[in-house]
Design a binder for this molecule. Structure first.
Ligand SMILES: [Zn+2]
Length: 278
């Protein structure tokens, strides 16, 4: 959906391409929300490659950080002073609304969002707070995204040493396998029924109370919006926000990609029998 204003490109990043290689256009949910906000301000926002395939988004539950993977925004023909301010305002508004969820710690966005501004062929790179970022940092980050996706693929290809607990459970959506578990779907929700912790790091974090529960990550190929009845990736509404008294409810089809132990849980760890292994 285009509005004809200045153009902003967001390159797709699919960290789960090992499982869903057909999803060639993927953004994180918060990046989708950023796109909606930028469109509402008159910008044309596209996700590349523009291959005509459906736009997918990554949905994660139970994360304190709004972005769990680095993301890039490519801008041309808009002065740095304007676009950096616009993006900083959008992000702070998102952080404020996300911080209002009761019982949740205030989220952070870290320094994972980068803005690449093409000013007549000169590239200026800023982080989400408007601070300059060097080419070396950006190159390192792109390499780390690829190596992380590859490490994730290798980890997923690893066979569990526990036949009754075949599902890898990762540490905070990274490539490290924290535990092996058995997962069941009950009442429409994924549940980790048993797990054995195999990572000393995860074990220490559980003992110290740092890891409190699970986060589930999935790719969403299609989602509906309760406000307009349209396609969520194309409309201007944001899940959880209220529009003339009605709360926007997103109805996604989720393809489960992975389960992680995280600091900020959706389900308390108490629901899991942890058989710890030193
Ligand atoms: Zn809508």
């Amino acid at each position: 959906m285009t509005t004809g204003g200045p153009r902003i490109e967001i390159p797709s990043f699919n960290p789960y391409r090992f499982a869903f290689p057909d999803a060639t256009r993927v953004v994180q949910r918060e990046i989708l929300h950023l796109m909606k906000a930028l469109r509402s301000q008159g910008f044309t926002v596209v996700v590349t490659p523009e291959d005509g395939s459906p736009l997918h988004f990554i949905a994660e539950k139970g994360l304190r950080d709004l972005l769990s993977h680095p993301a890039f925004v490519l801008v041309a023909g808009i002065p740095a002073s304007i676009i950096a301010g616009v993006i900083a305002n959008v992000i702070s508004a998102r952080l404020e609304s996300a911080a209002q969820v009761p019982g949740r710690a205030a989220p952070s966005i870290g320094s994972e969002l980068f803005i690449d501004i093409d000013e007549d062929g000169r590239h200026l790179r800023l982080d989400a707070r408007g601070n300059p970022v060097s080419d070396a940092v950006v190159s390192r980050l792109i390499a780390s995204m690829d190596s992380r996706a590859e490490a994730m693929r290798r980890a997923h290809a690893t066979r569990s040493p526990y036949p009754e607990m075949p599902c890898p459970i990762f540490l905070e959506h990274g490539p490290e396998i924290a535990a092996w578990g058995s997962v069941a779907v009950r009442d429409g929700a994924f549940r980790v029924e048993r797990a054995v912790v195999v990572s000393p790091t995860a074990s220490a974090m559980i003992e110290s109370g740092d890891l409190k529960g699970f986060s589930i990550a999935g790719i969403v190929p299609s989602a509906g919006c309760s406000i307009c009845g349209g396609t969520y990736v194309d409309c201007e509404h944001i899940g959880g926000q209220t529009y003339q008294g009605a709360t926007c409810v997103v109805t996604p089809q989720i393809r489960l990609c992975e389960i992680s132990l995280v600091r900020q849980p959706v389900q308390p760890l108490a629901t899991v029998e942890v058989i710890s292994e030193p």
